[in-house]
Ligand binder design. Sequence first.
Ligand code: NAD
Ligand code: ZN
Length: 381
Amino acid sequence: MLATTCRRPRRMRIEHVAEPGIEHPNDAIVRVTRSCICGSDIHIYNGLVPDTRVGSIIGHEFCGVVEEVGPSVQDLKVGDRVLVPFNIFCGSCFFCQKELYGNCHNVNSQASAMGGFYGYTHTAGGYDGGQAEYVRVPFADVGPTIIPDDIHIEDAVLLTDAFPTGYQAAEMGSIREGDTVVVFGAGPVGLFAAKSAWFFGAGRVIVVDREDYRLEFARRFAHAETVNFLEVDDVATHLKKMTDWLGADVCIDAVGCDATGSAFHGITGKILMLQAGSPIALHWAINSARKGGRISIVGVYGPTFNMIPIGNAVNKGLTLRMNQASVKRHLPRLIEHIRAGHISPREVITHRIPLEDVADAYDIFVNKRENCIKPVLVPPL
Ligand code: NAD
Ligand code: ZN
């Protein structure tokens, strides 16, 4: 079958590899019908995810059709259309019982702080991913969710990660009625966070990025005010000015580690940190929040050590919340939002690219070519 593999930093390629088989009675094999490239894949692409091994099959956002089930699988049958949350989780451990599915204790990556994810290298358990024709899905009765007939396949694939992650970012901000919410990052996750902020009662939503086309989309899709950080001297001061010099009630980091040029626009315009993986957006979030404000972090940080302005956070009495999204927990509510017409997630999809051309797809997404927001990969029939 065809699969996307990581050969070395900045080199994803399509390869012919063996098809996966049932390895455990609880497994299913899913034939992928759509998969996406995510900002999290950019961290692997940039070489910022520590335990990336040559030949890892990448991709954690996919949906498809059940092709085969192991003997213990009860709730799925061959031919079912499923969306598969990016978290791999057992459904019964201490963490799963608390619906912390992104932190499951029964997956391979127990040595690391997080749970297991599809296609996210040995850092997240070494499970093969979904930018491929077929995927082995462990705990098949637990993660996969049958796609309701009235849910479009392209909305379904965005329910595997980007939409629930943006939604959880807003939820973790504990937004109160009328709050001003600033979202750093106008990628798919930030856009869904901005849109979701209204569901929680925000009074004002401001999105910060450097890509004008994404900011323009944020104004339309999420009815947000926008700031292009390349056009202001100091982001935190600018945001304070926009908020009667108080700062934002809630700041959301939907950027994570960034290997590119934003470090040049660090705190008060001075260059503070230039190493790849600098938490610049998080600096800005902490410095832009009002005293007693809340910070919600869904941006992914590959390197485990980052300098963050913790003293400033302490002095301002901020509340910080962060996690990998617990996708399955949000699905019923998000499907209701789609059905009610509050959101059409697939509007963020700008590119539909054959799986064979995955190398181009990465180039377009990473380098923000052709006004790309979210590329979807379409396997051969
Ligand atoms: P993306 O790369 O498409 O978007 C990131 C955006 O941030 C880009 O538009 C970029 O221009 C902008 N940006 C860069 N530096 C910035 C700065 N200092 N301030 C403001 N904006 C800045 O990625 P995405 O798919 O939207 O994902 C966003 C982040 O969320 C990534 O770190 C990804 O790994 C993470 N993520 C986390 C989870 C989770 O469960 N916690 C799930 C999915 C993605
Ligand atoms: Zn993702």
